[in-house]
Design a protein. Structure first.
Length: 654
């Protein structure tokens, strides 16, 4: 961004009060903000006491060597014990932990907490037999099957930091992550089910392990999921069912220091080379458990929670595995895609299990908007009581669509801002407290200090735009970038003194609510004005014919940059028939909503947008296209043919 602050273009006046019954029984009330403000560290110490510690911590935060934080440093605990055993010991062994729904419709499995304890214990014993010791790194490359959860918890149980690599990544991406973390064991499967067919995984592991830098991998533990033929390296490869199933289902968890490494997770790579984010034990579990209880208002006896993320990214770590299980939740785990075998699959799952709390991403909501309102309307979604969103800014129209078509115009929506680096939710409404605003993540959670500052680090207000920063350390913060303290300092702590720089643009409205405006790297500079990608995209999505939009700034001799928009039209709109008239209509629509400065110079209807496997739009690739450049790193892209399709649409593109 230049020295101009971000323009404030979008106005949104709609408000939604929390439902009275939810507010009356909410886990967290407005008082929590006051309490945390009066004594922030005391507040977090109290949240930490909700966990079961082998040695209770007496210290809360050690910030003597900033920005290298230690939380609850003299405490000891075992994460797997907290997520599993303690619920069994409290008499909840028969409670369902996981309703597993495979992609093939009749392929389901119900796992109680007692069973989870046995499965995790066996897996922990198996890893120990393979020689895995506390501190050794284990790479996990699995589909969304229960063994992914067992494997993560087994690693946590024996103190072996895991590095989960998304099952859709290529052999190269996997090899780079194995090498960076210096993993000793890889846990994978023969494959998984994807769009109605078995899809192999093990070949990518075999290929990755031929790459230099992966030599320290001693064993590959392979879950049999599809039963398809799989190449086998004797002495290295071990079947899960042969090694794990025969182990004792008892295992005594060892307590680890609160700062013992829990996992390394590589960021989703939206902007460039992924970073190996290191999270540790006590603070991470404290904040994931607290935020899950607070933001989703989880009632473990009655709620059925479902987070649609993949365990391969941070939302899966914090809000499928650690947060919900630490809270004793009953949750759904679904293997497949939302449109297999039909575009109502998700809503069928909500109806089947009576899901009450749903957590998903704007990309999925926009896809459902594109498919049409009639699809969710066929299912009974009346069990839902809180809806969550994460991953990108949610366009106000997508927010309204979500509330109306999924939430029956009844459920609060919690738009949760956070990152791999923050470990847990940081900025979000509370469902029983906050009057929500479509498109705004609103306010930092109790105990979190975050704000928006301008170039000179001065706080902005009244619609002023700038950079989102976190101003005080928080329990689940990243501790460093694995093996690269300098990159940790440079990336997050050098832009502003004593403030964590998140890399996201934001503004604050007159009520003090925070609006995320997209990544700082993506902000466009048009005739001296900094314009947010999010605001222009939201204006486009507010047009009834548009389901999704991505905008970028392309170099322009007159205006520094000009706005180029790529739009996906709603299912019932025929792009060919609409032709240039629609493009003109959309350009005028944006001008009307945001002002002439934000009017896109070019608008291109496309069938797909380039996205990371976690569903985020990769604008830098679109910028490459708009500027007729060779594409940058595409290794984290879902489907590279999307780029060819888009390039072929551009006049003059190579
Ligand atoms: P990389 O850092 O490698 O480019 P990434 O930032 O996509 O990858 P994640 O940690 O998965 O990796 O994503 C965090 C980012 O997602 C945030 O910095 C922000 O840009 C965006 N984001 C997440 N939740 C929200 C939200 N509720 N509103 C707006 N943006 C969000
Ligand atoms: Mg990031």
């Amino acid at each position: 961004m230049s020295n101009e602050s971000l323009a404030n273009l979008l106005k949104e006046e709609r408000r939604f009060e929390p439902p009275a019954d939810l507010a009356a029984a909410a886990n967290v009330t407005a008082e929590a903000y006051e309490q945390a403000k009066a004594d922030r560290l005391g507040f977090w110490a109290e949240q930490a006491r909700q966990l079961t510690w082998a040695t209770e911590p007496t210290q809360t935060l050690d910030w003597s060597n900033p920005p290298f934080a230690k939380w609850f440093a003299d405490g000891k605990l075992n994460v797997a014990y907290n997520c599993v055993d303690r619920h069994v010991e409290a008499g909840h062994g028969d409670r369902v932990a996981i309703h597993f729904e495979g992609e093939p419709a009749d392929d389901t499995r119900t796992i109680t907490y007692a069973e989870l304890q046995r499965e995790v214990s066996k897996a922990a014993n198996a890893l120990t037999e393979l020689g895995v010791r506390a501190g050794d790194r284990v790479a996990i490359y699995l589909p969304m099957i229960p063994e992914a959860v067992f494997a993560m918890l087994a690693c946590a149980r024996i103190g072996a930091p895991h590095s989960v690599v998304f099952g859709g990544f290529s052999a190269d991406a996997l090899a780079a992550r194995i090498e960076d973390a210096d993993a000793r064991v890889v846990i994978t499967s023969d494959g998984g089910y994807r769009r109605g067919k078995p899809s192999a995984l093990k070949p990518a592991v075999d290929e990755a392990l031929t790459r230099p830098g992966t030599e320290n991998v001693r064993n590959v533990l392979v879950v049999r999921r599809t039963g398809e033929d799989t190449a086998w390296t004797e002495g290295r490869d071990v079947w899960w069912h042969e090694l794990v199933d025969g182990q004792s289902d008892r295992h005594t968890p060892e307590a680890f220091d609160a700062e013992h490494p829990l996992f390394i997770l590589y960021t989703s790579g939206t902007t460039g080379k992924p970073k190996g984010i290191l999270h540790t034990t006590g603070g991470y579990l404290t904040q994931t458990a607290y935020t899950h209880r607070a933001v989703f208002d989880l009632k473990p006896e009655t709620d059925v929670y479902w987070c649609t993320a993949d365990v391969g990214w941070v939302t899966g770590h914090s809000y499928i595995v650690y947060g919900p299980l630490a809270n004793g939740a009953t949750e759904v785990l679904y293997e497949g895609t939302p449109d297999t075998p039909h575009q109502g699959r998700w809503w069928e799952i909500v109806q089947k299990y009576g899901v009450t709390l749903l957590y998903t991403a704007p990309t999925a909501i926009r896809a459902c908007m594109k498919w049409g309102d009639d699809i969710p309307a066929k299912f009974d979604l009346s069990s839902l009581r809180v809806l969550g969103s994460v991953g990108e800014p949610i366009n106000p129209e997508a927010w309204i669509w979500y509330r109306k078509n999924i939430g029956g115009d009844r459920t609060p929506i919690v738009d949760t801002w956070w990152q791999t680096e923050t470990g847990a939710i940081m900025v979000s409404p509370l469902p029983g407290v906050t009057a929500t605003k479509p498109g705004s993540a609103q306010i930092p959670l109790p105990g979190i200090s975050a704000t928006v500052v301008d170039d000179e680090a001065k706080e902005v207000g009244n619609g002023g735009g700038g950079y989102l920063v976190v101003t005080e350390p928080w329990p689940s913060m990243l501790r460093t970038i694995w093996g690269d303290d300098q990159r940790y300092l440079d990336t997050y702590w050098s832009r502003f003194e004593n403030r964590y720089f998140a890399g996201d643009g934001a503004k604050k409205d007159t009520d003090g609510d925070i609006w995320l405006l997209g990544r700082v790297d993506d902000v466009m500079l048009v005739s001296g004005h900094n314009i947010s990608t999010t605001e222009v995209e939201s204006a486009l999505v507010s047009h009834p014919k548009v389901a999704e939009a991505a905008v970028v700034g392309a170099t322009d001799p007159q205006t520094t940059q000009s706005i180029v928009a790529f739009v996906i039209l709603r299912g019932n709109v025929d792009a060919e028939a609409e032709g240039e008239a629609l493009v003109t209509e959309l350009r005028n629509h944006v001008a009307k909503h945001l002002g002439p400065i934000a009017k896109p110079k070019r608008i291109l209807p496309v069938a797909e947008l380039p996205k990371t496997r976690s569903g985020k739009i990769m604008r830098r690739l679109l910028r490459d296209v708009a500027e007729n450049r060779a594409l940058g790193d595409v290794t984290t892209l879902t489907d590279s043919s999307v780029m060819e399709l888009i390039q072929s649409k551009l006049p003059g593109a190579s």
